[in-house]
Design a protein around this ligand. Structure first.
Ligand code: MOS
Length: 743
């Protein structure tokens, strides 16, 4: 069969959901109008460890409008059935937090009660009147690396091993003529999407509907089915729009259970919206991580030893681990590599993936250390990276399915004007400001999962594509529409893509940059099946224009079919009407094949940053950033560009601003709000640019894409830090780089 020529893919199509978003017609989870809906307010523990001794809810119950107060004393027992296999987005061992099933307290901010009332104001007021007394126990609230424990076998299997070793890194490091060694710290950071997490739960008899902010409707359904011990088929999850998430909506957090439980007890639909303060204890965070990096090299810059060790925090009830040490193992060629990973249990809510999880953290230390090595060698930082270019994934011992990183260094450096850098720190100035140029390598593994899609072509010549995917901001609505438009030979305007509903064909998690490679290939497959079916039908129609033609003699393009080698275009509209069909439907599935065992797939980039530092005040301004990326085929250069510069904005936060201030006495974040937890705002962001090298990875998947999202933040924070060093001569290894650390 002849596949239509690509027309929409590669074009900078504006977001197809843009008009709905800016006119307020996009409906987010918290905006569904559910008749009879009540509002919930949570009561959170104020101690980090122990047990609830007593709950006095009398005053709360007297508040007008209050329907129910649910605590561990009166909550129905929930089965919390174990899953045969943990979803990859959940912590890989330990016990999921069970809400209102007992008096135990694992962290400060744990839900201990929920009040349900007619209005939100009544619920919040009543919740403030609930008095809880505790039997406190001594909590682990300090980030103490001496308490570090190796991750469990579950994490080992999931690719987060306690130790790895290649060659003899310690001996090679001891013998290296040039070496650097240092400790790097990155604090706890929070996602802080603008849209808070909201769940509305409604029971119709035994059937539960959840309107939820989630990056994975199918997992929401699966988890809640297990928590309540009910069949998955009796739960529907709806989540058409997500207002940013950055990983916070990958998992199904306890407040989703609270909503469903409260709705059951109240006998009415219930809406739970987390406050900004509550987000800091409810939906995960990037774990506080300390790393030690030791690099050894020959005098010509050839790496002879890489040792990287990481200590990350996890909670006392679950074990969350990250791939922090992957960058140490495969970013550069080196015969002797040793890594070691330890976890520190603390009385805190569980961490979770956030913006380039693990990789961004690992690269922060690794790429800063590489810059320190370049300084020790008196070598250009780009030159050092080219000297140690990894021609294969040495850790997996597999060839890359594609890699155009050399080209990224080249065009990134050129666009940035890297050659104008004077190597000596503090040597470049303008208007009394110190100028610094820094760079780093970016990389994020490309993954792909099983996905399904359904394509429907209507007799009016338009198409509807459906898959239970999500679009938290990268532009999935748009890129999938483009893929489908090309696959059907239709203009983008004639195609609509719907997502975010468990009634739709299965899609994997919207995270880890896997959506386009997974859902995009399924959509292509569905469109192909549809056209094949249509081809069979029209060729079998004795009265039709293509009667008795062979499949090869039929060509699909421009919204219809033509006889190969010439002839008039017969539109879909004419074809379907002639067949008296109002629609034709195709189902498609896609899944990774053996290529994941025979190749290593990864998206790459080279990031260049210029900072301006005030020598008297220590304030750092990111003047500009240029990133050059190898993301495979670029389906939409406009949304891809947006993703990359969005990642850079996040990285400005990581480098210069973001940190949760942790109070060890109470085990809680003190700045749990957007006034004191600093994120980059418009005034912090100047010139950001992202370039894409020619690339197509048809080994990784038929679409040739490698995924963009997580890559955008990777490598940017160390590039900024390296620029700060170049500007000031001061190496700050304790992120974020605050003015007081520079003075
Ligand atoms: Mo991404 S941190 O997997 O949402």
């Amino acid at each position: 069969m002849n596949v239509p020529l690509a027309k929409a893919v590669g074009q900078p199509v504006s977001r197809v959901d843009g008009p709905r978003k800016v006119t307020g017609h996009a409906r987010y989870a918290g905006e569904f109008d559910v008749p009879g809906m009540l509002h919930a307010a949570l009561v959170l523990s104020t101690v980090p460890k122990g047990a609830v001794a007593a709950i006095d809810g009398e005053a709360a119950r007297q508040v007008p409008g209050v329907h129910v107060l649910v605590t561990h004393e009166n909550a129905p027992r929930l089965p919390y059935r174990r899953m045969a296999q943990r979803p990859q987005v959940d912590a890989q061992s330990g016990d999921q937090l069970q809400v209102f099933q007992g008096p135990e307290i694992h962290f400060n901010g744990q839900p201990v009660a929920v009040v349900v009332a007619e209005t939100l104001e009544q619920a919040v007021h009543a919740a403030s009147l609930v008095t809880v007394t505790y039997e406190e126990e001594e909590a682990s609230t300090t980030f103490d690396i001496d308490r570090g424990k190796p991750p469990s076998s579950g994490n080992e299997k999931a690719g987060r091993p306690a130790e790895t070793s290649m060659g003899d890194a310690d001996a090679a490091f001891a013998a290296a003529p040039v070496k650097v060694e240092a400790i790097y710290t990155q604090p706890r950071e929070h996602h802080n999407a603008i849209e808070p997490h909201v769940t509305i739960a409604r029971w119709d008899g035994d059937v539960l509907t959840l309107y939820d902010k989630t990056q994975w409707v199918d997992n929401d359904r699966k988890e809640i089915a297990h928590v309540f011990g009910i069949p998955e088929e009796s739960i529907r999850v709806v989540s058409p729009f997500v207002g940013g998430a950055f990983g916070s909506a990958l998992r199904t957090w306890p407040h989703v259970t609270v909503a469903a439980l409260a709705a059951k007890v109240a006998g009415r639909p219930v809406r739970v919206e987390l406050t900004r303060r509550e987000l800091y204890t409810s939906v995960g965070f990037r774990p506080h991580t300390v790393q030690r990096v030791a690099l050894g090299a020959e005098r010509d810059g050839t790496l002879t030893a890489i040792i990287q060790e990481a200590w990350g925090q996890t909670s006392a009830y679950e074990e969350y681990a990250e791939v922090t040490l992957d960058p140490a193992r495969n970013t550069y060629a080196c015969p002797n590599v040793r890594t070691r990973y330890r976890l520190i249990e603390m009385n805190t809510n569980s961490p979770c993936p956030m913006r380039g999880p693990g990789v961004a953290t690992g690269l922060l230390a690794h790429e800063t250390a590489m810059d320190e090595l370049a300084v020790a060698l008196g070598m250009d930082p780009v030159e050092l990276r080219l000297r140690n270019y990894a021609e294969k994934d040495q850790h997996k011992d597999l060839p890359w399915s594609s890699k155009a990183l050399r080209e990224c260094y080249r065009i990134g450096a050129e666009r940035f004007g890297w050659s104008g850098r004077q190597p000596e720190p503090r040597s470049m100035r303008e208007d009394g400001q110190l100028i610094g140029f820094g760079m780093a390598t970016a990389a994020y593994p490309a993954h792909r999962s099983e996905a399904s899609a359904e394509a429907t072509l209507f007799s009016d010549g338009t198409a509807l594509i459906r898959s239970a995917a999500s679009d938290m901001g990268p532009g999935t609505y748009t890129s999938i529409t483009q893929v489908a438009a090309d696959a059907l030979g239709l203009p983008v305007e004639a195609v609509r893509f719907e997502l975010g509903d468990t009634d739709m064909p299965f899609a994997p998690v919207h995270g880890g940059s896997i959506t386009l490679a997974s859902v995009g290939t399924a959509v292509e497959a569905a469109c192909r099946v549809l056209l094949e079916d249509l081809s069979n039908v029209v060729r079998a129609d004795p009265d039709g224009p293509f009667a008795n033609l062979s499949a090869d003699d039929l060509e699909w393009r421009d919204g219809g079919a033509v006889r190969r080698g010439g002839g008039e275009l017969v539109t879909f509209e004419t074809l379907l009407r002639g067949l008296r069909l109002d629609r034709i439907v195709g189902q498609g599935d896609s899944a990774p094949g053996d290529e994941s065992k025979t190749y290593s797939s990864c998206a790459f980039g080279a990031v260049f940053a210029e900072v301006r530092v005030d020598p008297d005040l220590g304030t750092v301004r990111v003047h500009r950033i240029v990133g050059a990326y190898d993301i495979g085929r670029v389906v939409n250069p406009k949304t891809a560009h947006s993703q990359c510069i969005g990642g850079m904005v996040g990285a400005i936060g990581m480098a210069l601003l973001e940190q949760a201030e942790w109070d060890e006495r109470f085990g809680r974040v003190m700045n749990g709000n957007l006034a004191e937890y600093l994120v980059p705002v418009c005034a912090d962001v100047r010139e950001l640019d992202a370039l894409f090298v020619e690339s197509e990875d048809r080994i990784f998947n038929p679409l040739g894409v490698k995924g963009v999202a997580e890559l955008g933040i990777c490598g940017v924070a160390p590039a900024i830090g390296n620029a700060v060093y170049h500007a000031t001569g001061r190496r700050i290894r304790d992120f974020p780089i605050l003015p007081e650390k520079l003075l």
